[in-house]
Design a binder for this molecule. Structure first.
Ligand SMILES: [Zn+2]
Length: 461
C-alpha cells in the first residue's frame, strides 16, 4: 500500500495544537515530526496554512431505514461518499429493525449486509432493542460478542420501536453486565400519540404543529425516565439528539447525583430553530424531525453546554427523505411527514462555520465534540478520534480560507433538497484520508466504495 506524507499542517487534537508533518506507511500513522522526508513513491500533501484534524465521527446516522411507510433515500454508497467529502470518516448507524416483526439477530445481519462491501469509510452500529425476552437476550449477547458494544432504545414511536418499562429495566441490566452503553431516543411515546390525535382532531395538520405534539417537557420527561432506569443498574447511558434546555437540565441533574450519562446534540439544533418548520407552502416539512426544532433561545444554551463539556457529542441523526414523494406524504397530516433533516455531508462545515469561525467554540472543543468523544464513549479510541502514532490514518486537511455555499445541486447526498440551501460555509476539507488512502479532495469524492470496514468494539466499562 502506498505511503502518504502530510507536510506542515497545523495539527489539532482534543488536547493539543502544533505544527508538524504526519507520515503514514499503509493504513496507520507511523511518524509525526518536523522535516520528515518523503520516501520514494510517497504521496506528499502540502498542508501549510491548513488544519489537520482527526477524521470526524458521526455517532448517530440512519442509512438503511424503513420508516413511516417509506425508506430513507441513501445507500451506503451515497451516504459514505457524502460523509467523506464532508470530513466524516467513521459512521455509527442505528440498526432499527421494526418492533415484533423480525428477530433482533436478523435485523443486525440485514443492516450489516447493507454496509459491508459498499461503504467508503469505516462503520459500526448501535443495536436497537425493541423488545426483551429470553430469545432476544440470547441474540443480544451474540451481537455484543460480534463487536457491537452499544444499544439503542426508543422511548418514542409508539407501536413502531418503543418498549415497556419492564423491557427497559431488563435491557439496562444486560447492558450493565456486558459493559454496553445504552443510547436512547427520549420522548414520552404516549404523550406524543395523544397530543398528535388532539391536534389533528382540531384540524391543526400543518408541519408547524409537529412542534406542539412534542414540546420540550415531552422530551425532558423521556430523559428523566432514561436517567431513572440507567441509575437503577448503574448502566452507562447516552441521550441522543438532545434539543433543549429542559432535557439538558434533567441529564445534568442525573449526572450531579452520579449517573454516568452523556449528552448528544445535533448540528441542526445548534443552527436551526422552530421558525423553519413554520415556513409557508409546506416548506416547513423539510424541517420536521424528532425531537422538533426548538425555540431559538435554546441555541445559546446548547452552544454553552458544548463549551463547558455538558454536551459530549455533535451528531446528525441523518435520515434523508425527498421533499417530493416522501415528505409530501404528510401534506394533509403532519404526523405522516417522514422525520429527518439530512445533515451528514454538512455537519463539520456548519460546526466549523457557526462554532469555530463565529467564535462560539475553540478548535479543541470542535475536535472533541465531533470526533474524540464519540471514539472514547463507543470504544473506538485511540484507533479513531485522535492523531497519534498507531492510530488509523483517518485525517482531514481542512482549509479555513475556503468560502462557498451549500446546495442540493452540488451535494453528494441522494436527496432532492438541502435544509441549508444557499447557506455560506467558511472552510471545508481540502483532503480527507480513510486509513491512509485519499478519499476526498476539494469537495470531490476520489475514494473507494467497499473499502470501509466494520469496526469491532469491546466493552467500554
Ligand atoms: Zn436517530
Amino acid at each position: 500500500m502506498a505511503s502518504l506524507l502530510i507536510k506542515n499542517g497545523n495539527i489539532v487534537t482534543a488536547g493539543e495544537q502544533y505544527t508538524a508533518d504526519i507520515y503514514c506507511d499503509g493504513e496507520q500513522i507511523s511518524r509525526i515530526g518536523r522535516n520528515l522526508d518523503a520516501p520514494p513513491g510517497a504521496t506528499v500533501i502540502d498542508a501549510t496554512g491548513k488544519y489537520v484534524f482527526p477524521g470526524f465521527i458521526d455517532p448517530h446516522v440512519h442509512i438503511y431505514l424503513p420508516f413511516m411507510g417509506t425508506f430513507a433515500k441513501d445507500t451506503y454508497e451515497s451516504a459514505s461518499r457524502a460523509a467523506v467529502v464532508g470530513g466524516t470518516t467513521t459512521l455509527i448507524e442505528m440498526v432499527c429493525q421494526a418492533k415484533n416483526e423480525e428477530p433482533i439477530r436478523d435485523g443486525f445481519e440485514l443492516w450489516m449486509s447493507k454496509a459491508v462491501g459498499k461503504s467508503a469509510c469505516d462503520f459500526t452500529f448501535h443495536q436497537s432493542v425493541t423488545r426483551y425476552d429470553a430469545h432476544t437476550e440470547a441474540q443480544l449477547r451474540e451481537i455484543v460478542a460480534a463487536g457491537v458494544s452499544s444499544f439503542k432504545v426508543f422511548l418514542a414511536y409508539k407501536g413502531a420501536f418503543d418498549m415497556t418499562d419492564k423491557e427497559l429495566y431488563d435491557t439496562m441490566a444486560l447492558a450493565k453486565e456486558l459493559g454496553v452503553v445504552v443510547t436512547a431516543h427520549c420522548e414520552n411515546a404516549d404523550l406524543v400519540l395523544e397530543m398528535q390525535k388532539k391536534l389533528v382532531g382540531e384540524g391543526k395538520t400543518g408541519p408547524e404543529y409537529h412542534y406542539w405534539s412534542r414540546p420540550p417537557r415531552v422530551e425532558a420527561e423521556g430523559v428523566h425516565h432514561l436517567v431513572t432506569f440507567g441509575e437503577t443498574h448503574g448502566t452507562h447511558i447516552y441521550t441522543v439528539h438532545t434539543s433543549c434546555k429542559e432535557s439538558l437540565d434533567e441529564a445534568m441533574a442525573g449526572a450531579a447525583r452520579g449517573v454516568n450519562i452523556n449528552v448528544e446534540t445535533l448540528i441542526q439544533y445548534l443552527v436551526l430553530d422552530k421558525s423553519y418548520a413554520e415556513l409557508p407552502n409546506f416548506e416547513g416539512a423539510k424541517y420536521v424531525m424528532s425531537p422538533p426544532l426548538r425555540d431559538k433561545s435554546n441555541q445559546q444554551v446548547l452552544w454553552n453546554a458544548l463549551r463547558k463539556g455538558y454536551v459530549s457529542t455533535v451528531a446528525t441523526d441523518h435520515a434523508p427523505f425527498d421533499f417530493v414523494g416522501q415528505k409530501d406524504m404528510g401534506r394533509d397530516d403532519f404526523t405522516k411527514i417522514p422525520n429527518g433533516i439530512p445533515s451528514l455531508e454538512d455537519r463539520i462545515n456548519l460546526l466549523y462555520t457557526h462554532g469555530v469561525a463565529a467564535g462560539r467554540i475553540d478548535l479543541g472543543t470542535f475536535v472533541t465534540s465531533a470526533s474524540t468523544q464519540a471514539a472514547k464513549l463507543f470504544g473506538l479510541f485511540p484507533r479513531k478520534g485522535t492523531i497519534a502514532i498507531g492510530s488509523d490514518a483517518d485525517l482531514v486537511v481542512y482549509d479555513p480560507t475556503y468560502r462557498g455555499k451549500i446546495s442540493a445541486k452540488t451535494h453528494q447526498l441522494n436527496l432532492d433538497y438541502s435544509a441549508f440551501e444557499g447557506w455560506e460555509i467558511k472552510g471545508r476539507p481540502a483532503v480527507v484520508t480513510v486509513r491512509g488512502e485519499i478519499a476526498a479532495r476539494d469537495g470531490a469524492f476520489v475514494g473507494t466504495l467497499g473499502r470501509g470496514q466494520f469496526l469491532k468494539r469491546e466493552r467500554t466499562y
